[in-house]
Design a protein around this ligand. Structure first.
Ligand code: HEM
Length: 135
């Protein structure tokens, strides 16, 4: 979420102009001419690209958290279902992230992207706090 806010704050929302790839490649930094010819700085491109990569990593961790919640908290519905809700919101968030780019930062899409991020955070905080307090 912080990297998303940073990406937005430095005006880098469209520094990877396509999606899911960035300038038609998964790792634009392997082709220096892409960075040299872009109207955006290397920092801007890196922030947007890293935001996508970190989102993917967060996604894998959310899958793990949900599996863990179902295995270790079988009898605590709030833990299982709040983790599952975070997992269910994840594909929506990824689609919204893509639309943020392809629809040129339309305010309603950027705002919904932020809203879903907050919902995912709330779900994960609930999972963590209830699991922790019930130990
Ligand atoms: C777990 C997944 C994700 C989370 C939690 C997340 C969260 C966020 C947050 C909190 C912001 C800042 C919003 C604001 O300041 O108004 C943001 C910005 C952004 N996100 Fe994501 N994001 C995720 C995945 C993605 C993906 C997969 C993309 C794919 C392109 C993406 C593209 C963007 C872009 C382009 C911005 C900048 C928007 C702007 O310039 O205003 N996000 N994200």
């Amino acid at each position: 979420m912080l990297l998303g806010a940073y990406t937005s704050a430095i005006g880098a929302g469209l520094s990877c102009p396509d999606w899911p790839t960035c300038y038609g490649t998964w790792v634009p930094f392997l082709q220096p001419e892409i960075i040299a010819n872009s109207p955006y700085s290397a920092l801007q491109i890196f922030a947007e690209w890293a935001h996508r990569g970190l989102a993917m990593t967060a996604g894998v961790l959310i899958v793990g958290t949900t599996i863990g919640a179902w295995v270790t908290h079988r009898n605590t519905p709030i833990v299982k279902w709040s983790a599952t809700a975070a997992l269910a919101l994840l594909p929506l968030q990824v689609i919204l992230g893509g639309l943020t780019v392809t629809e040129n930062l339309q305010p309603i899409i950027v705002t919904t992207h932020l809203g879903v991020a907050i919902l995912i955070l709330l779900c994960l905080l609930t999972t963590f706090l209830v699991a922790y307090l019930r130990r």
